[in-house]
Write a protein that binds this ligand. Structure first.
Ligand SMILES: [Zn+2]
Length: 119
């Protein structure tokens, strides 16, 4: 038995006890779930929002246009500004790159969301 049980939210009695997943107050009969008290903690897990160069929210499967010419190792031309990239996938950032996609003529690439614009 833990002696750090919370006070009853109804009558502030300190005699609440655990019954399964619930806390029960013998003084007023109130039953409540201690889980509910931790709701605020969940908001930290809110989904990360990825935005393009002008602030549009990007989503998996979006088509974007590259806003500036990007140098690519092994490709003399690089990715030209205005290149359309279909079916992007948002990923956890890798060196600041948070879009996984296939660039026409180049292949699978990681891009920065700050260098594209939603088409
Ligand atoms: Zn109570």
């Amino acid at each position: 038995m833990s002696d750090s049980l919370p006070l009853c939210p109804e009558c502030s009695s300190e005699h609440a006890y655990e019954m399964g997943a619930l806390l029960v107050c013998p003084m007023c009969g109130h039953e409540w779930s201690p889980e509910n008290a931790g709701d605020q903690a969940d908001s930290a897990d809110a989904e990360r929002v990825v935005k393009d160069a002008v602030g549009n929210v990007l989503a998996d499967g979006d088509t974007v246009v590259v806003t500036t010419t990007i140098k690519v190792k092994g490709s003399p031309a690089g990715i030209k500004a205005g290149t359309k990239v279909r079916g992007i996938r948002l990923i956890a950032p890798v060196n600041g790159h948070d879009i996984d996609c296939k660039v026409p003529g180049i292949g699978a690439m990681l891009l920065k969301s700050s260098l594209v614009k939603k088409a």
